[in-house]
Design a protein around this ligand. Structure first.
Ligand SMILES: [Zn+2]
Length: 61
């Protein structure tokens, strides 16, 4: 039985992958880190949504 390693500090099932060459991603990752450090989960979620959204075209097509 394969048990996937899960991180309890990540409430989202699919945290988006930031691209290393994308400035927007880098900024959002930084914001997300700060939000997480502050325990502000709604902001963490917002950052995740934004990371995903501004790449929607790339991800889904
Ligand atoms: Zn990006």
């Amino acid at each position: 039985m394969i048990v996937q390693e899960t991180r309890l500090d990540l409430p989202l099932p699919d945290p988006p992958e930031p691209l290393e060459d994308c400035g927007v991603c880098q900024a959002l990752v930084k914001q997300r880190k700060q939000a997480r450090a502050a325990g502000d989960w709604s902001r963490v979620t917002n950052c995740n949504v934004e990371i995903r959204n501004h790449h929607r075209a790339r991800w889904w097509r």
